[in-house]
Design a protein around this ligand. Structure first.
Ligand code: NAD
Length: 334
């Protein structure tokens, strides 16, 4: 039996989650939704996805544009076991009553407040907490990056406190309506940033404070992390090397910036998707009991494997290690 999945909101995250689910043998994409009959809607149909209208009143725009739809979100919800809500920030919470009414489970994204779901989720940090749940929220890209890194370090060291600075890409590449052309924006100006609290939704026992800045780039985020701990650098490096969802790269190999990481990924993956945390090997050092690290996060892709694992946990169809292994294998995460 395959879990039947709907993707509500076929945007940056939605299209990637749809393609990832398509690769799994224990789940299938029954349909995806769009609000407008634009090129993304047309591409979805060309790729073979059944298209539904996210906002039912807009069906006439699709008819006028001669884009074939199978019905509305309400029709789609009747056919599925779970919906992955990939609508814009805060819209997921507005959509939730629809899911409750239809009696389907839902996975929400990091742009929603944590109380939209019963549990916030990161596969390495707290897979088992999502077991059997009806509403799960996959934490945001920055939080996923932090939660993974801290989880791996915690597996081999006694973590006392974490301090991290996020240097955030201002918008995604496609977002031509907003941005920051020339400046560095403390976001927020008043510290701390929300990322620390968000990490605690999946790693509640970690003492963490974060700060964040937006910069005029669209490719990736970069995190500067320091962790006060009891542990050995060689154990930490070995644990990071062993974890497939962490990719260690080296300046020596030419990885001098996020631009070079993306150039590498252009050869490696469709849409240059990097599902892994990219950690610079040379940045790893322990100084006076503090581990230092610098990592880059591809915001458009990093949460994709977690969405797949969240579904397996919710339907209790695989144990943590098994789910992560299957997801990694299908997405080429080694
Ligand atoms: P996006 O704008 O690229 O895609 C959102 C899609 O939802 C669009 O296709 C839009 O037309 C559609 N939509 C609009 N209103 C809708 C409605 N009422 N119902 C259903 N669909 C609707 O946004 P995104 O970047 O994919 O973000 C989606 C979610 O994922 C947000 O919660 C965001 O915070 C989170 N997230 C985004 C990133 C990122 O960097 N892009 C990373 C991690 C998490």
């Amino acid at each position: 039996m395959k879990v039947k999945v709907a993707i509500n909101g076929y945007g940056t995250i939605g299209k990637r989650v749809a393609d990832a689910i398509n690769l799994q043998k224990d789940m299938e994409v029954v349909g995806v939704t769009k609000t407008k009959p634009d090129f993304e809607a047309k591409l979805a149909v060309e790729k073979g996805y059944k298209l539904y209208v996210a906002i039912p009143e807009r069906i006439e725009f699709f008819e006028k544009a001669e884009v074939k739809v199978e019905g509305t979100i309400d029709d789609l919800l009747e056919k599925v076991d779970v919906v992955v809500d990939c609508s814009p920030n805060k819209v997921g919470a507005e959509n939730k009553p629809k899911y409750e009414k239809a009696g389907v489970k839902a996975v929400f994204q990091g742009g929603e407040k944590s109380h939209v779901a019963e549990v916030s989720f990161n596969a390495l940090a707290n897979y088992d907490e999502a077991r059997g749940k009806n509403f799960v929220r996959v934490v945001s890209c920055n939080t996923t990056g932090l939660a993974r890194f801290i989880s791996v370090v915690k597996s081999v060291a006694d973590v006392k406190k974490v301090r991290a600075t996020m240097i955030r890409r201002v918008v995604d590449p496609k977002e031509d309506k907003k941005g920051l052309v020339n400046g560095i924006m403390p976001d927020p100006v008043k510290l701390p940033s929300h990322h620390a609290e968000d990490v605690k939704t999946v790693l509640p026992d970690v003492n963490i404070v974060t700060t964040a800045f937006k910069v005029p780039t669209t490719l990736m985020h970069v995190h500067g992390i320091s962790i006060e701990l009891d542990g050995k650098l060689e154990d930490i490096v070995a644990a990071l090397e062993e974890e497939p969802r962490i990719m260690l790269v080296s300046e020596e190999d030419g990885f001098t910036s996020t631009a070079k990481i993306i150039e590498y990924a252009r050869e490696l993956r469709m849409r240059y998707d990097i599902f892994e945390n990219v950690v610079w090997r040379e940045s790893l050092a322990i100084h006076e009991g503090e581990l230092f690290a610098v990592q880059a996060i591809h915001q458009e892709a990093i949460v994709v494997p977690e969405n797949v694992d969240a579904i397996r946990a919710m339907f209790e169809i695989a144990e943590k290690e098994e789910s992560i292994r299957m997801t990694n294998e299908t997405l080429g995460i080694k």
